[in-house]
Design a protein around this ligand. Sequence first.
Ligand SMILES: [Zn+2]
Length: 240
Amino acid sequence: MWHKIEESIFPPTCVITGEKATSTNLDIGEQILNQLQLAKEICPICARYSLTNRTCGKCLKEPPIITLTQVGYLLDDILKEMIHQYKYHNQLFYSKLFAELLSPKINQKKVEALIPVPLHINRLSTRGFNQSLELAKFLAKNFNLPIIEAISRVIDTPQQTNLTKKERKKNLQGAFTVNKILLKNINSIAIVDDVITTGTTINEIAKLLHKSKRSLKIQAWAIAKTPKLKTKTKTLCYLE
Ligand SMILES: [Zn+2]
């Protein structure tokens, strides 16, 4: 009932064109929605490029801690701009839209709780919100799952922009801590992030969670993954 009233007062409006978006019933018009690139040609475990959508050679050779990575889209220019508006222009309302876009692409059957990628307190106070937590809140609501903030960011690491994968890994050393008590009675979780670039951040968090509780099954969920890289030396970076 309230939903219907809300809809008539605030009809869905496209965040890009500003036009009414009643056909999608989301704050994104059909034409723009159809332009977004669904996540494809990716490895189901690590979300790296995989032409056949099958497990990539790297994951076959050395199965990573994260057993499944579920992403909605590839990070194209439209989505990049939307995420930029969300994070750097205080457009918090995007969190609901991103959760609505991502939820239908997720199979949450084997997940008991969500762990958002944390921000350091310094960045949190500058931005005013943690984009991964805000996204996780709507995903948690959609899937009826709890959020457990079991990971904290204790070192204010420099921006990962323009760092190679190796440099990113070094940059994140010791950056996170885990609150083991919150993992008690939890068997499976999904780490929630906005965009997966190299996967360094989520892998560091996964490593820490695994160290704290070996039996924990770990997935990663994100709105988007950066597409296949054209250069091997520099990653196609996205600001955290
Ligand atoms: Zn893989």
